[in-house]
Design a protein around this ligand. Structure first.
Ligand code: NDP
Length: 310
């Protein structure tokens, strides 16, 4: 059988992915047609990004799987017309990029770099940072990206705690889970990194109550998703000094509207959803491996649980 594969993402990605997918599937011995347009009822696999424009999967009557180019699937997982398996993106390039971004922003806070980078009065203030072994970091979300970030921060000697839904064991990382585990993970954390998915269970996970568990002046780094934070609560905590600074990469509305208070806040750094992006060379391999599996009757990997929403 020849697999018909529909590439449904923004047009600029097609010339990048087409040769990669062609190469990997050919190497895997898969017979396929790959295109940006097919009659829906002839499509076996959709390579999907929300910007590809598919809203209704009902006409895709012989679809075997939807393969997301994005790690976050909140824009598709609740689509009631999607009854076929949905796989999300888990790839080394994405994890490496996130690890570098998280580590960089943690080190900015840890070393107090801003005091030297922005020093208009040329003040000579001798205030060395503590060693990383004396700095507590909490990572909420210990999945593909959270675990990779936790491991990297451990390598630098930070005290790392983490939180997930199910129990985890990560060498050197104090892992907590479940409802009771959140306060344990946050307890004493100087820096909190959010790497949870956007689901009904994680919305506003950082709110007035959970922010109050942190030491005064704690820093927040959010490369996860905007709805993880109660924005009003964060702004209030920034005003009171409970949160000393926040670095936010993701927002409820993107691009962040120009009038949003985060833009002008002196203790907020806004980055434009650039923490990590899907890297075509590695991501195409993940997509092709799932197509290979589908064509050989093997189970798909990185499947999303629609009930959990991630
Ligand atoms: P994973 O699905 O691998 O990991 C999610 C983690 O969150 C898991 O540890 C999971 O627990 C935990 N979790 C989920 N729900 C709960 C809950 N209710 N309570 C406690 N823990 C919970 O996702 P990734 O690591 O691949 O990605 C994380 C998120 O990062 C994505 O969903 C996306 O939103 C964001 N992202 C942002 C990017 C950017 O550029 N800013 C780029 C890519 C992704 P368990 O392990 O028990 O399942």
């Amino acid at each position: 059988m020849t697999a018909n594969i529909l590439f449904s993402a923004r047009a600029a990605l097609w010339p990048i992915y087409e040769p990669l997918i062609t190469r990997y599937l050919t190497k895997a011995g898969i017979s396929f047609n790959l295109a940006t347009d097919f009659p829906a009822d002839q499509v076996d696999y959709v390579i999907y990004a929300p910007d590809g424009g598919i809203a209704d999967f009902t006409p895709f009557t012989r679809l075997k799987a939807v393969l997301s180019l994005w790690a976050g699937v909140e824009k598709i997982v609740g689509n009631k017309t999607l009854t076929m398996p949905l796989a999300r993106m888990v790839d080394h390039g994405l994890a490496d990029g996130m690890t570098e971004w998280v580590t960089g922003h943690v080190l900015r806070y840890h070393l107090g770099m801003d005091a030297q980078i922005v020093n208009p009065n040329h003040d000579w203030v001798f205030a060395p940072a503590p060693l990383a072994k004396d700095r507590k970091i909490a990572i909420l979300g210990l999945g593909a990206l959270g675990e990779a970030s936790a491991r990297a921060l451990r390598t630098l000697n930070f005290q790392v705690s983490g939180w997930s839904r199910s129990p985890k064991e990560i060498e050197g990382v104090t892992c907590h889970h479940g409802a009771d585990g959140l306060s344990l993970a946050l307890n004493g954390a100087d820096i909190v990194v959010l790497l949870l998915p956007d689901t009904p269970a994680t919305e506003n996970i950082l709110n007035a109550d959970t922010l109050a568990l942190l030491p005064h002046g704690a820093r927040i780094i959010n490369p996860g998703r905007g709805p993880l934070i109660d924005d009003d609560a964060l702004l209030a905590a920034l005003e009171s000094g409970q949160v000393g600074h926040a670095t936010l990469d993701v927002f409820r509305i993107e691009p962040l509207p120009s009038e949003h208070p985060y833009w002008a806040h002196p203790n907020v750094t806004v980055t434009p959803h650039i923490a990590s992006e899907t890297r075509p060379v590695t991501a195409a391999q993940v997509i092709c491996e799932n197509i290979r599996r589908g064509e050989n009757g093997e189970p798909f990997v990185h499947l999303v649980d629609p009930d959990l929403g991630y």
